[in-house]
Design a protein around this ligand. Structure first.
Ligand code: TXA
Ligand code: MG
Length: 318
């Protein structure tokens, strides 16, 4: 691993772009202090310039070197959940290239829980930007193959760390407000945060639009029509299968068993964590198979279920 990390860090040091695994999804890395390198990341992804990126750090010192007026509540959260799927939005110091923050007064920072990501940042000894390593408008990548499918020829190196453990992006929390505000549901459940610091606010969709630029853009939705069904509603699923008899239909289920007469592709998931892990991968796969309708059994909105249902609703809206 060391030789690969050394080589990738050299590429970053000379202004190149490296895709790297994290515990959530793959990121597209560049030296956060190198403006032209960060611009390459935006270019490779086709990301709009007004959508700021997350800076990934490996040490608390790197966080305090980038952010300012970091509230004690953030330090408390970091102590419990870093490294991990939690991103803070804080005020930033002046020397950060404006392209990183899209000109905002705040910056998003997280410490990923992945040995490859941490080693890469430590080797460079600086923060690296890391938006998800997909083309804008595609699902976040959870394998190196997904990255290759979207970005081959546009980036310098991919560090392959296998499939990611969590599968949905980090939870983004704005700690410039009191109480903090969840801007994006993700890999760290709300309950875990609230158990530590008490109730946090959430933003309405309209407000998220103003405060978290990423939510302004159309989120990924598969080409297929996605129909989201309440957990356990077998009756509705059978009705839908009858309605769409003539189409190529796939089902993603966890508690419902279908009669063997259903011959479309079926993805059966056993836990909420598995749902999160396989969500983006199955959307990519079902699109490749030209599935026309995807019937998804929803999950209860507790723990990771909240982030999973958020991504499923967006997919169903598209
Ligand atoms: O798990 C993750 O967070 C992954 C891995 C690679 O770390 N990264 C990721 O980055 O999902 P990205 O760029 O795809 O999503 C970052 C989100 C976007 O919705 C963006 O608008 C928001 O964070 N964001 C970044 N900077 C912000 C800021 N200063 N204020 C509010 N929202 C911000
Ligand atoms: Mg993204």
């Amino acid at each position: 691993m060391n030789a690969a990390i050394d080589e990738a860090a050299d590429v970053l040091r000379t202004g190149g772009v490296v895709a790297f695994p994290t515990e959530t999804v793959y990121g597209l890395g560049a030296d956060a202090l190198n403006e032209s390198a960060v611009k390459k990341v935006f270019q490779a992804k086709g990301r709009p310039a007004d959508n700021p990126v997350i800076v990934h750090v490996a040490e608390m010192d790197q966080f305090t070197a980038i952010g300012r007026d970091i509230p004690s509540i953030a330090a408390k959260l970091a102590e419990s959940f870093w490294p991990g799927p939690l991103t803070f939005v804080v005020k930033h110091r002046r020397d950060l290239p404006a392209v990183v923050t899209a000109g905002l007064e705040t910056v998003a920072v997280r410490m990923p829980d992945h040995p490859v990501a941490l080693a890469l940042i430590r080797r460079l000894s600086r923060g690296i930007v890391g938006p998800s390593a997909n083309l804008s408008g595609r699902p976040s990548p959870t394998t190196a193959q997904h990255v290759l499918n979207d970005l081959a020829g546009k980036i310098d190196v991919i560090l392959d760390g296998g499939a990611t453990r969590i599968g949905v992006e980090s939870t983004v929390v704005d700690v410039t407000t009191s109480p903090p505000t969840i801007l994006r549901l993700g890999g760290l459940p709300r309950e875990s945060i609230e158990r530590l610091i008490g109730p946090v606010s959430s933003v309405s969709n309209a407000e998220a639009l103003k405060r978290s630029p990423g939510t302004r853009y159309r989120h990924y939705a598969p080409n297929a029509k996605v129909i989201l069904v309440d957990p356990g509603d077998k009756k509705l699923i059978l009705e839908l299968l009858a309605t769409y008899r003539a189409k190529r239909v796939a089902c993603i289920l966890h508690s419902i068993e279908l009669p063997t007469s259903h011959d479309g592709p079926r993805i059966i998931v056993t836990s909420q964590d598995d749902y999160a892990r396989m969500l983006f991968d199955s959307m990519r796969t079902l699109d490749e198979f030209d599935v026309e309708v995807i019937i998804v059994e929803g999950v209860p909105e507790i723990g990771m279920g909240e982030a999973v249902m958020d991504r499923l609703r967006r997919a169903a809206e598209g």
